[in-house]
Design a protein around this ligand. Sequence first.
Ligand code: ATP
Ligand code: MG
Length: 256
Amino acid sequence: MRNNGISIQTQALNKTFGPVHAVRDLDLEVASGGRFGFLRPNRAGKTTTVRILSGLMKPTSGSASVLGMDILTHAGEIKSLTGLLPETPGLYSKLSAVEFLDFIGALNGLEGPVLDRRIDSLLSMLGLEGRQDDLLDSYSSGMKQKVLVASTLLHEPRLVFLDEPTSRLDPSAGALVKDLILVLAEETETTFFICTHQTSFAEDVCDIVGIINDGSLVIVDSPNGIVESTSAKDLEEAYLKIVGGQVDRDSLLAWR
Ligand SMILES: Nc1ncnc2c1ncn2[C@@H]1O[C@H](COP(=O)(O)OP(=O)(O)OP(=O)(O)O)[C@@H](O)[C@H]1O
Ligand SMILES: [Mg+2]
């Protein structure tokens, strides 16, 4: 399983849904151990790319390898070595956090003291200790999201796809998730592939950012590199300069 320091590599990857060209000729490389941020508008093709790379969906054309394995021939192995936090994950709300994580751990072949230790340490990193035996029904949406992030990391995947990990979190819960990613990135070799709309999140967490718009990759660079090359004050301004973010007044008036 050689991957030459590259965790994800795509070549001319395309996905169409009828007339919709969701991913266009995507050529991408994500370094092992890196934190890649995929920005940003709605319907850009981020989730579709993640679904293809995590083996949930086949591309229409092109090729990709994940952890040195072809996505078409090694989808099962890729699934077992990666973690995925989907955009709209499901949660068994009649279980407690510990019961839910026990269940997810068992699905990933974990058990006994190893599983117990990982659950305890993730729950405490995410500030959920003390609530671990309460039903998930009684959790706020932010707390539920934290449990879902923990469930994604439980089997210590080498590569984690996080699709909008903080979009439903308040700033302090979002900061905890940011810290968790940074701590894991520092202490382990985990590679993160993170879809986000939040430029501040990408600036704080990601070492490389790829901006995708209408299925096409527009720019890939470090957050600083993107800011400097556009003479912007921050990534948000750089993004607006690159992709544009002006509200189209005519279409708003037409909608009324
Ligand atoms: N299963 C599907 N069937 C038909 N069209 C789809 C399907 N999945 C995605 N699309 C379309 O592909 C395009 C890209 O969608 P995708 O969900 O990948 O975008 P995204 O960047 O994740 O957007 P968001 O920021 O809203 O999550 C959209 O036009 C979407 O409607
Ligand atoms: Mg999406």
